[in-house]
Design a protein around this ligand. Sequence first.
Ligand code: GSH
Length: 271
Amino acid sequence: MPPPDANLHPSATGLAAKTVEEHSAEQDLKLYAGWFCPFVQRAWLVLEEKKIPYQYIEVNPYHKPDSLLKLNPRGLVPTLQYANKPLYESTVLCEFLEDAYPDHTPHLLPSDPYERARTRIWTDFGTSRIIPAYHRFLQFQPMSDKEGLEERKKEFLGYLQQFVSEMDEEGPFFGGKDVGMIDLIIAPFALRLWVFDHFKGGSGIPDEGKGGVMDNVWNRFRKWLQAIEALESVKKTSSEREHFVPIYQRYADDTAQSELAKATRGGKGVP
Ligand SMILES: N[C@@H](CCC(=O)N[C@@H](CS)C(=O)NCC(=O)O)C(=O)O
């Protein structure tokens, strides 16, 4: 059984490769990253949106070089080195960048305290409900258990609908016309929704006009996703799809499942 990184392309591709190159010079702020990782992309998007100077350092978190383990004993990406001190956990990093670089715009949290708190509630909902349900759906096996697969899909779509219902009516972003932290925290996972089409027979998100009573919600979701996909920061941190396929291949392979389950029980992160 191959390890999770057996087919891992070693570096970013496409526009992301150019961004990596532009950020290869030594800087005080260092992002230890894996090009493929949605948690990395959260912090990377914040760095790019706010134009904070940083050095991008590609590491393979499944091989955990000493340089990474010294900063983060769990050896996960993203890890930041700031003034020679370590920081990790993607949502913490995003908030930290907002706090530590107050002169860098755009500001990504609402200035109104109520809206700021409300954003945190729904960011937490994303992290504690949507993303775990997304992974349960993606990892579900065996594919022959149609009922089980349908249940996981329903769970994921239900949470996503709840989240979308909380968005500003006009948008296009969660809080209105400007992109915010909450958008950047959820975006990396939304940008990878195509993996469900590839490996799980579809995400279940209905095509335009096919959402029945939920059509408004799905239209709002589409508007949000289009705005996310159009962001320069998203383009500049996205690698070519073909290199993601081998990483997610193990989620399509029944025989890979028991090994994957073992790996994830051991606290291993999933891309
Ligand atoms: N909760 C962490 C998750 C980070 C994570 O799971 N990263 C994966 C790559 S996408 C990783 O480093 N995996 C290595 C491993 O599981 O040993 C965060 O939000 O930063």
